[in-house]
Design a protein around this ligand. Structure first.
Ligand SMILES: Nc1ncnc2c1ncn2[C@@H]1O[C@H](COP(=O)(O)OP(=O)(O)O)[C@@H](O)[C@H]1O
Ligand SMILES: [Mg+2]
Length: 276
């Protein structure tokens, strides 16, 4: 019997491209209303894990359940399309339709793909634009917006399908630094409202603040997982510690809230001069 609180379950997922195994037995659990973040070096399999959750990639071994759907056993294109209507995916590249207004970008999939009425779709779209702080931009074209604004439209577009789950794959990685914060703020608010989501991000402090659980991947395996206090504050595995030293070392300053939450148990996360 599927657990009704379960949003996503991956069990022993193995996936190879050609002869190269890139997922080597992945177990992930996401419960409804949770925000789960996957961190790890480039090439470790993070995006591949997300693509498995949408049925875009089929593992050679293991099981994937999203809601009550056994994704790895879906046979028809129609079943896969039905799954993708339920799972939102926001990427680094926002890929808005450049020739459509912001409003039309939000209305097109609900009306054409799931047959929602025009008035209802527009009503939703305006509400979602308000939620992402772009109420005044309904009539603008994507090219008139900053990268951060376009990414917020892309998030609203995903929400417009009323998905049961949203996957965010490095959605701030291509943005100018000054617009990263506004996108993270939107995601934080959605998480606070109980959106179920899986994130891949290099924004470690953000991940620490908003995540219910963190998974650390390396070379196609989950090295360690647990609540952020554990992964960022008391990582068990040396490989996790080494990764975090590099990842956090790239950021010059830790906000006070992060220090308060994590520093007492975590001398290795302090700036070098403090740990002497
Ligand atoms: N379509 C593909 N064909 C062949 N190899 C791929 C493909 N997609 C990803 N890979 C390889 O799989 C590994 C994991 O990739 P990916 O999941 O994108 O890593 P991450 O998101 O952690 O950077 C990498 O070595 C990558 O080169
Ligand atoms: Mg990736």
């Amino acid at each position: 019997m599927p657990d009704i609180d379960t949003a996503v379950t991956l069990r022993d997922v193995h996936l190879a491209f050609g002869g190269t195994e890139v997922l080597k037995g992945i177990d992930v659990d996401v419960r409804r209303g949770e925000a789960v973040t996957i961190i790890g070096p480039s090439g470790s399999g993070k995006s591949t894990i997300l693509r498995c959750m949408t049925g875009l990639l089929r593992p050679q071994r293991g099981s994937i359940v999203v809601g009550d759907t056994a994704v790895d056993t879906l046979q028809t294109e129609a079943d896969l399309i039905a799954l993708r209507k339920r799972v939102g995916f926001v990427f680094q590249q926002y890929n808005l339709f450049p020739h459509l207004t912001v409003l039309e970008n939000l209305v097109i999939a609900p009306t054409r793909v799931i047959g929602r009425g025009r008035a209802e779709a527009e009503h939703d779209a305006h509400a979602l634009l308000g939620k992402v702080g772009l109420a005044g931009k309904a009539g603008a074209y994507p090219g008139e917006l900053s990268g951060g604004q376009q990414q917020r439209v892309a998030i609203a577009r995903a929400l417009a399908m009323r998905p049961e789950l949203i996957l965010f794959d490095e959605v701030t990685s291509a943005l100018d630094p000054e617009t990263v914060g506004e996108v993270l703020t939107v995601i934080r608010e959605l998480v606070d409202e109980g959106l179920t989501c899986v994130l891949v991000t290099h924004e470690m402090r953000f991940a620490a603040e908003i995540s219910d659980r963190i998974y650390f991947t390396e070379a196609g395996r989950i090295v360690e997982h647990g609540p952020p206090e554990q992964i960022f504050g008391q990582p068990v595995q040396e490989r996790t510690r080494a990764f975090l030293r590099r990842a956090l070392g790239a950021v010059p300053r830790l906000p006070a809230s992060f220090n308060a939450a994590f520093a007492p148990r975590s001398p290795s996360l302090q700036p070098a001069e403090d740990s002497a």
